[in-house]
Design a protein around this ligand. Structure first.
Ligand code: ACM
Length: 537
């Protein structure tokens, strides 16, 4: 072959390779079994969204408003078996076995989403909305087929700490929308901590009258020990909670409320000092870190928790209550005559066993209200009796050990899943708690590594990103820290190994092309991934 012909052939290969990569849809999480086809579906000025099964009514309306919000495309939904030309068809298909699965086909004449359940259909709709929002020409989308796309993990969680900083219901809904867009299905709502109690409980009104407000807030890092004296607080009324729960249900997200106990409970103790072993009046916490105040394992405390769960379970219809259990200082228990006597009576050797006793009692109360308990991994310490689902946060080891002992496990290891850590080493990053968890590290996370024995793998339900808010004062800051790390985690949890093997570089190319979607959703995401190599370790 002459040099000239070789040169042209080489150019052709490059051009086709680029066309191929440019055509790869900017979808996150990337679907399994996606094949692009020639041609495009061009939207009419008014598009019909028809559904032939009444179960899909809500999803059809959701799609209609999504098309308008994200692409200014006008559509209407209709219950009909007749298929109109150039319409979107939502079909029930019981051949699709997985309840979260969907298939999506785009031809010149039709967009069809099939699923066995509204939840699967909802995920197909999310995929379509991303395609429409990211399409270079918003009136048309490329033809393709996605067959039986479904998640790798059942637990695809995001957490938000609303104690350290309080976020209004409108933002909680936006956060839920963000989760839904990336096919997350559990919202872990951290509602109580030392620095503020955020949920109205009718039987204990002082929890919010007193516990929801602090006199000031720590400024800068812990070591500086500086505070402002600006009163800070807020809480969710029960009617706001009901509205948020319904909003999440419509988006196939279960809310898991967390009442952190027996540590991280200073705000509750400020409201009801009789909850502690000392009975001392304390104020709601102003500084970050771990406080010495803990709930006393007394009949008063257990009755309080029972009353609390009675109201909580009326508000949250889901399967779980998170009962905390992390970072419990034992000084007050060790100094307490009441605890000494209790430990003797219950034959508990030390305060760690006393904590196991405490957590097991709470777990039983949760079970009495037909809820399963989830706890941070400390709840397994010297505790052979718990049946709780373990949230492994101090690393993967506790989760691996829990799976060995046949506990359900949610992986949230601090090195991969804490989105309050710095995401780059740029000097311009806003003040954060510390740590370093760049986007690539999140993307490379494997919640179920091969070090887990094959029979134990089924106990790993999935993983969750945690957004602690000591240093996140505003919704924009939460979005900046959560996105795009949340996008990377969605792919860890949804996309199969076989599909994901193109790796972080492929994800990054898609993320760059995916920005119109984030912009249309008005997400204040971190753009670190656009800065040359700055997101590398
Ligand atoms: C935690 O980060 N203290 C669970």
């Amino acid at each position: 072959m002459s040099i000239k012909r070789f040169y042209w052939l080489f150019l052709l290969v490059i051009v086709f390779a680029n066309v191929g990569s440019a055509q790869k849809p900017a979808l996150i999480p990337y679907p399994n079994n996606l094949v692009t086809k020639a041609g495009s579906f061009d939207f009419l000025t008014l598009t019909a969204v028809s559904y032939s099964n009444i179960e899909f009514k809500n999803e059809a309306s959701y799609l209609v408003s999504g098309l308008l919000d994200l692409a200014n495309l006008k559509a209407y939904s209709c219950f009909s078996k007749k298929i109109k030309s150039r319409s979107i068809v939502l079909k029930k298909d019981l051949k699709i076995k997985h309840t979260e699965a969907y298939s999506l086909t785009i031809t010149n004449n039709q967009i069809t989403i099939k699923a066995a359940s509204p939840k699967g259909l909802f995920y197909g709709i999310q995929t379509l909305l991303q395609l429409v929002a990211n399409a270079p020409n918003k009136l048309s989308v490329q033809c393709l087929s996605i067959d039986n796309d479904h998640p790798q993990f059942a637990w695809r969680g995001m957490h938000l700490d609303c104690s350290r900083h309080f976020f209004k219901p409108e933002f909680i809904k936006k956060y839920i929308d963000l989760m839904a867009a990336y096919k997350f299905n559990y919202f872990h709502w951290h509602l109580t901590d030392d620095q503020g109690w955020r949920i109205e409980i009718k039987k204990y009104p002082k929890l919010t009258q007193i516990g929801a407000y602090r006199a000031g807030t720590m400024k800068g890092h812990y070591t500086a020990q500086q505070f402002d004296s600006i009163p800070y607080g807020g809480f969710y009324t029960q009617s706001e909670i009901r509205e948020i729960v319904a909003y999440a249900q419509n988006r196939h997200i279960e809310i898991v409320p967390e009442i952190d106990m027996p540590g991280h409970a200073r705000a509750a103790i400020a409201a009801y000092p009789e909850l502690s072993c000392t009975g001392n009046q304390v104020s709601v916490g102003m500084k970050w870190g771990i406080e010495k105040e803990v709930l006393c394992p007394s009949p008063f405390t257990f009755q309080f928790i029972d009353d609390l769960f009675a109201e909580l379970t009326q508000l949250f219809p889901g399967t779980y209550i998170h009962i905390g259990g992390d970072e419990v200082l034992k000084d007050e228990w060790n100094a307490s005559f009441f605890c000494k006597e209790l430990m003797q009576k219950e034959q508990l050797k030390d305060a760690i066993e006393l904590q196991a006793f405490f957590m097991n009692k709470i777990e039983k109360i949760a079970n009495k209200y037909h809820k399963k308990a989830i706890g941070w991994d400390e709840i397994m310490e010297k505790n052979s009796q718990t049946n709780a689902t373990i949230m492994s946060w101090r690393g993967m080891e506790a989760g691996i050990e829990a799976a060995k002992n046949k506990h359900a496990v949610i992986m949230t290891p601090i090195d991969f899943c804490y989105f309050d850590h710095y995401q780059s080493k740029n000097a311009t990053e806003p003040l954060a708690i510390g740590g370093f968890t760049p986007l690539e590290q999140v993307y490379e996370f494997n919640p179920c590594p091969d070090s887990i024995a094959e029979p134990d793998k089924k106990y790993i339900l999935g993983a969750q990103g945690n957004v602690w808010t000591e240093y996140l004062q505003t919704p924009e800051m939460v979005e900046y820290m959560a996105v795009p790390r949340l996008c990377a985690l969605s792919e860890v949890l949804w996309t199969s190994h076989a599909t994901k093997k193109l790796g972080y570089s492929d994800f990054k190319i898609r993320l760059i092309a995916h920005q119109p979607y984030l912009n249309k959703k008005q997400i204040h995401y971190a753009k670190t991934f656009l800065i040359n190599e700055a997101d590398k370790k």
